[in-house]
Write a protein that binds this ligand. Sequence first.
Ligand SMILES: [Zn+2]
Length: 493
Amino acid sequence: MIRGGLLLDARHRAFAAADILVADGRIAELGPPGLPVPENAKLVNATGKLIHPGLINAHTHGHGSLSKGMGDRWTLELLLTSSVFTYAGRTLEDRTLSTKLAAAEMAMKGCTACYDLNLELPAPTHEGTIAVAQAYADVGIRAVIAPAVADRSFFQAMPGLLEALPLELRSQVLNARFAEPQTALATLKTILVHWPFDNDKIRLALAPTIPMHCSDDFLTGCSKLADEFGLGVHSHVAESKVQALYACQLYGSTITAHLDRLGLIGPRFTVAHGVWLTPDDMKLLGNRGAAVAHNPGSNMRIGSGLADVRALLRHNVVVGIGTDGANCADHQNMYEAMRLASLVSKVQGKDTQEWLSTEEVLDLATRGSAKVLGWDNQIGQVAPGYSADLVFLDSEHINWLPLNDAVNQLVHSEDATAVHSVMVAGKMIVEDHRLLTLDIAKLAKEAERARARLESINTDNRQLFDNLATVVNRFCHGLAQKHYPVNRFGACY
Ligand SMILES: [Zn+2]
């Protein structure tokens, strides 16, 4: 029984005194103070706490946390190129550690569930995928884990890029090989059949990471596997203008139209970013019941642009909010993601009535993201029957002095520093600003050891990146100057 707290009432833009009865990890009853306490119930004193539903991160990469802060003036294409040194030499322990860093940061910053497109090269392995899932289980937040797969690299996918490289660089980038598509799909199927985790807490999805990095046969294979097991499919679609342009060359249409021809777009499909979706793409996504994970922070950080969330909502597309990985967002703070989602909608030159309201943004980061994760009837709301995934904020924290408008301040003022406790399925995982499930001091030592080791073994790869970056930058910048030639039917002309 959670007693004495102030529960968010978004409709009235306030917090109201409420008691919350939790049974078997779910909210059994909500009511005014003085709700009868069943015998043997454990009491949680929430006096002085503002309670809101756990935030849900619709798009991240657990593997990104070990690369936090590495980049600055990087486009998406330079970020992809940076993988020659950011992921080289990583061990199974590094994968687990990176995911733990991401999960711990999310937990401590009021996020109780995420969609993680986790990369393992050259292809997902059984032990690697289980290790990532275990990292979330250890920290105690929910996760949909989508192993990121591809059967060709960025350099192989982009027409003309390989030829633009000097010969010696060309051979070096071709060293990075992906596993055969059938091997990757067979591994994923085996993992699915023997999945040892509770599917209500940690489950699998598929991430053909960037459609152009996957052959059509591979994409169709992913689609079939997803249908067989009822899995979500999540892919980076129309993230940058460069992608939208070279997809035209490859497909003669937009990426979305191409994926639809292959049968991938449906209610379990999520577009990550969608900055360069056309109105017809949006219409198609809306008609098919598909979703977009909106990552305003990384869209700005790597210069991709601003997604038009108002237009997506008008086309009935499901929208969730994400941080993206710490390799291109530098943090896992969902309050920051909400704040940015609100702010970027306000600088797009639209009428103020078209701007996203803070109420809408909060809804997208809770109920919207819950839908993206496929858990819309279980998380994202504080209501009877929903899981008890709750965040408790200090009401006397400076962020809340004074409390004028609960929703505006949750989206625009809160920055995670007022997060006092976090509960997932009725269990406290953060209390008194401390993560209870992992030893952060130990994590700090492991992170520094991994950082130092990876830095020392990647000196040459760092140099390779610097050499490649000059060519990639020139090539992509040149391409991005072109007009995006899509007609209203999604075909390129
Ligand atoms: Zn991403």
